[in-house]
Write a protein that binds this ligand. Sequence first.
Ligand code: FES
Length: 121
Amino acid sequence: MAKQHLKPVCTRLELNAASYLKRNIRFKNQPVSAIIFAFEACAYAYVNHCMHMHRPLNCEQDAIFDETGKYLRCSMHGFIFDPKTGECQSPVCFGQRLQTLRLEEFDGTLYFAEKHLTLID
Ligand code: FES
């Protein structure tokens, strides 16, 4: 992939030190937020948008994981998601997925690797 499609997100050290990070982005011409986190030593990023009632996962509390740390959890109604795939595990939205944002890592820095993404701040 050409480097011009890479937009810096954070360093790997910053990500490892945080439970999650949030970035304001424009994705496919929509202003949205992205959540970025490390899970089992891998970095993941998703558009921060629960498909149930279209709320950010952290809308009611400053957290995106459930108490076990094994699942992402929307703080609005408690729906849970597989952190590796973004797939909803709760019955109403079972099988629907959070929008994945591809990441690349070079020299300890993570980048969004999406053509249709720009950083807002
Ligand atoms: S809005 Fe996310 S679980 Fe309802």
